[in-house]
Design a binder for this molecule. Structure first.
Ligand code: PMP
Length: 398
């Protein structure tokens, strides 16, 4: 068969592929390493016994939409549910983008934004985060004035750096940009929110779960949608459920691109039970936060640059002396390469951990994040093992 001519936007894309690597400790994908709490698991199992597998799910995920709407005190028409927030992101690119349209995305950030925008034939515009990985509201507003995107995506907190941007920054952008905006808050449950000192480790129950989220702006502005997911804080990555909350008119436009019965009934049932018992996840989230503080301190002590994370992952890179010795160790072990010292040092950590069956995420070749490793905050015992191995590696190389 002769080569099939397809749209140039698709011709320029590869199928998404991730090498399958056997590992004992998996900390590469920002999932939760905590299982769903036992009492919730039991409730899901109980429901499974009489589950109507033969029936289609609610056509527009109405049961989960109404539960979320009721909890947040918003109209049900402000809520949409998808197969992970990934599906909602992809469909938002189809809904608000398309041939001749432009989608503005942050950089460095979640790489799939660019892929979804490209799939939809939209032109991809990358606006930079500042050198510390934060949004510069004035720069984003100026970027939008100059480039006139049809959709603006914000990621707060940002993957892969972890930066949380205060609500005032998000509000400034929402108030001054004309096009529809998506605030992707996949990791917001792990952030402490506005006015909360990151060193304050009081139990989460004493702090508001949505403090600092754009959800707090829902009654004030009508040009944005907040995207959330069950894949991170709710330990349900395997179920693939995400949701969108925001302006009715934007929700209806997004809704036009969603298939009927698109989220499977079993996932909806599990997500509903988890959402109903969201308080039961607080302990896990709290533990992730305190582990995060410990790990950041340990990495800094080793001489790593650590990005200011408010998520369930940490992004770091060896600097100065430890970068030099790890880069040297890399050359010794893997031979000469053109990589920068930063990249070699990052790769040394990645490969040394892989040899120990620990899977990290390697960003060391990223143009802005040279030398960076991203590590999910796992269970405390996993974190101890990984941190000890990294410390040993650094000690051996010094
Ligand atoms: N947004 C961000 C920033 C992410 O990091 C991810 C997952 N890595 C997603 C969205 C998609 O998550 P899901 O489809 O599992 O909801």
């Amino acid at each position: 068969m002769s080569e099939i001519a397809i749209r140039s936007s698709l011709a320029g894309l590869e199928e998404y592929e991730v090498e399958t690597i056997e590992a004992k400790i998996i900390v590469n994908a920002n999932e939760s390493n905590y299982p769903v709490p036992a009492s919730i698991q039991q409730e899901i199992e109980e429901k499974t016994k009489s589950f109507l597998f033969n029936r289609y799910p609610p056509i527009k995920c109405e049961t989960l939409c109404s539960l979320i709407a009721e909890t947040l005190g918003v109209d049900i028409d402000k809520v949409r549910v998808g197969n992970g927030s990934s599906e909602l992101l992809q469909m938002a690119c189809y809904a608000f983008g398309g041939a001749g349209k432009k989608i503005a995305i942050p950089y460095p950030s979640f790489s799939m934004y660019g892929v979804y925008a490209q799939m939809s034939d939209s032109e991809v515009l990358r606006y930079p985060l500042n050198v510390e990985g934060f949004l510069d509201a004035e720069a984003v507003i100026a970027f939008c004035k100059e480039n006139q995107p049809d959709l603006l995506i914000l990621n707060n907190p940002n993957n892969p750096t972890g930066n949380y941007n205060p609500l005032s920054v998000i509000e400034q952008i929402i108030a001054n940009v004309e096009c529809p905006i998506i605030v992707d808050e996949a990791y917001m449950e792990f952030a402490r929110g506005e006015g909360v000192d990151p060193r304050d480790l009081r139990p989460l129950s004493q702090l508001k779960l949505v403090a600092g989220s754009a959800l707090a702006l829902l009654n004030k502005y009508h040009n944005f949608l907040v995207f959330r997911t069950f894949s991170k804080a709710y330990s349900l990555a395997g179920m693939r459920v995400g949701y969108s909350v925001g302006s009715i008119s934007l929700s209806r436009i997004l809704g036009k691109t969603l298939l009927p019965y698109h989220v499977n009934a079993y996932s909806l049932m599990a997500a509903e039970i988890c959402y109903r018992h969201k308080e039961d996840f607080r302990e896990q989230i709290e533990e992730i936060r305190s582990q995060r503080a410990l790990m950041i301190a340990e990495l800094k002590e080793l001489g790593m640059k650590v990005w200011p994370t408010e998520t369930n992952f940490i992004c770091y890179s060896p600097e100065g002396k430890i970068q030099a010795v790890l880069a040297e160790a890399y050359e010794k072990k893997y031979g000469y390469s053109n990589y920068s010292a930063a990249t070699k040092a990052g790769k040394m950590i990645f490969k040394a951990m892989l040899a120990e069956k620990i899977l990290l995420r390697d960003f060391s070749e990223h143009p802005v994040l040279q030398g960076c490793i991203r590590q999910t905050i796992g269970l405390p015992e996993e974190n101890t093992i990984v941190m000890n191995k990294i410390k040993n590696l650094c000690r051996e190389c010094l």
